[in-house]
Ligand binder design. Structure first.
Ligand code: MN
Length: 489
């Protein structure tokens, strides 16, 4: 407990320690005599959840709710007591976490599943802290999944892989997403997991050796240019490696993977990021075809910022290097959570409650959360809602650029028509043709991440072609095409 308080004070000196201690005692009482499958007191789970939330630098209300999240549902507490002792905000968070927890993929009908997902997205759109607490809860349950019976292990792992890991990714919590996937992997694909563990071990070892040499040399050269930097190696998550190896062009050949162990360079300022990039390219030649991705100039839609470059490292072996500031690093690891922390620091003039409200209101950076909440209001049919979710929120995304460098976040398989409607409905109405990277492409062309897409406009508005419905993938494009079809019919 003292450890926890100390940890929170490091990033939030004004934390209400009395309230945290009160939550600790309340949880102990509510779960008195209550044991987990492992035989440990249930309370351990609540302490662990609060600890994880403090690692993500979350606010006081979230950590308090972390302690209390099972006290009504699984413990002996009453909701009224919670409300009386901890107030509306905390009780609202606990309610939200309970609702989100009602999702069960296997033991529910499709309709129930959809209804629960609806609730989840509604709760999330209202307050992002709910999902963060739920993710901390799930992370600890996954870390201790070995104590559950085999059937339950598979169900929980599958739900984690299908719902919670993509959620973490969408919230910019890259590290959490990676850990959730890695924890699910052995339960869902035990044979493949065993195979990959032994197949990849020597390759990881070799990559670590190469990266260690590169690290030493880069530290020296960066110091020579007076750039203060810390460098560490980051091993690729094993499930992410697994997915990559299954791609047809890779065909399970691990020598095709260049970021098995990547180097991560942390510096003090954005300026230093670019200075460091110069030093790296002077030390090791960049790989022409693989190139540099500058997510500082153009961040990913989930807010991710960093510069990535691939270079010919020691012995001519290709290594990936990622350059970022400490703030960018925190955000990339912890997403929304770090976002709260930095927004809190920057808005010192506001009252503490206003700061939290501002930090957790879904804003443009997390626009998709708002979109989902809106869609679910519009879409009456449950099946269509599920389709919307699967296609637009939980499937793989691509990032396509406008000629001005704005980025659009689209589902994989999106066409220039989807892109046009995503940029502006007017573009859809005047859609004459499209160019990708300067070359004219057919309208059913499948866009790829990193493409620059330009829409060629007609002078007069043009009626959409019903055939487009055959290949567009976003709900926005489908809806607009349908609407204008109906109008003109
Ligand atoms: Mn729990």
């Amino acid at each position: 407990m003292e450890n926890l308080i100390k940890k929170i004070k490091e990033y939030n000196p004004e934390v209400d320690t009395a309230l945290i201690r009160k939550a600790y005692r309340f949880a102990q009482d509510a779960h008195f005599g209550h044991k987990r499958k492992s035989g440990e007191p249930y309370f351990i789970h609540l302490l662990a959840t609060a600890m994880i939330l403090s690692e993500w630098k979350m606010d006081t209300a979230s950590i308090v709710a972390g302690f209390l999240h099972d006290s009504v549902e699984d413990g002996a507490a009453k909701r009224e007591d919670l409300l009386k002792e901890f107030g509306e905000t905390v009780t609202g968070l606990v309610d939200g976490v309970t609702k989100v927890g009602e999702i069960h993929l296997r033991n529910s009908t499709n309709e129930e599943f959809v209804e629960n997902l609806r609730k989840m997205f509604l709760a999330m759109a209202r307050d992002l802290r709910v999902v963060t607490i739920k993710l901390a809860d799930r992370l600890h349950n996954m870390r201790t999944l070995e104590f559950q019976p085999p059937q339950k292990q598979k169900e929980v792992a599958r739900e984690t892989l299908e719902v919670y890991a993509p959620l973490a990714e969408r919230l910019g919590m890259g590290e959490v997403k990676g850990e959730l996937e890695d924890l699910s992997f052995p339960y869902l694909f035990p044979e493949d997991y065993k195979w990959l563990k032994s197949y990849s071990a020597p390759a990881y070892k070799e990559a670590e050796d190469h990266v260690r040499d590169a690290k030493r040399k880069l530290l020296t050269n960066l110091a020579g240019e007076n750039i203060q930097a810390t460098i560490h190696g980051r091993s690729k998550h094993i499930y992410s490696l697994y997915r990559k190896l299954l791609r047809p062009e890779i065909n399970k050949d691990i020598s095709q993977i260049h970021d098995l162990v990547a180097l991560r360079i942390l510096v003090k300022s954005v300026e230093d990021c670019y200075m460091a990039l110069g030093v790296i390219h002077k030390t090791y030649k960049p790989v022409p075809a693989l190139g540099i991705s500058d997510y500082i100039a153009v961040p990913k839609p989930n807010g991710y910022r960093s510069i990535h470059t691939k270079v010919f490292g020691p012995g001519g072996r290709i290594i990936e290097i990622q350059i970022r500031t400490t703030e960018m690093h925190d955000e990339a690891e912890n997403g929304v959570a770090a976002h709260w922390y930095y927004s809190h620091v920057k808005n010192q003039s506001l009252s503490s409650a206003d700061r939290d409200k501002k930090a957790f209101a879904p804003e443009d950076k997390l626009n998709w959360v708002k979109q989902i909440a809106n869609w679910q209001k519009e879409v009456a049919d449950n099946r269509e809602f599920l389709q919307t979710l699967k296609i637009d929120a939980l499937s793989h995304r691509i990032f396509v650029f406008t000629p001005k460098g704005d980025v659009k976040d689209l589902p994989a398989g999106a066409t220039p028509i989807d892109f046009a409607y995503a940029v502006h409905t007017d573009l859809g109405k005047h859609l004459g043709g499209a160019k990708v990277n300067g070359k004219i492409v057919p309208l059913d062309h499948k866009l790829k991440s990193g493409n620059v897409c330009e829409i060629i406009l007609t002078k007069e508005p043009r009626k959409p072609n019903a055939d487009w419905l055959e290949f567009v993938v976003t709900n926005l494009a489908k809806r607009e095409i349908n609407r204008r079809e109906r109008k003109s019919a």
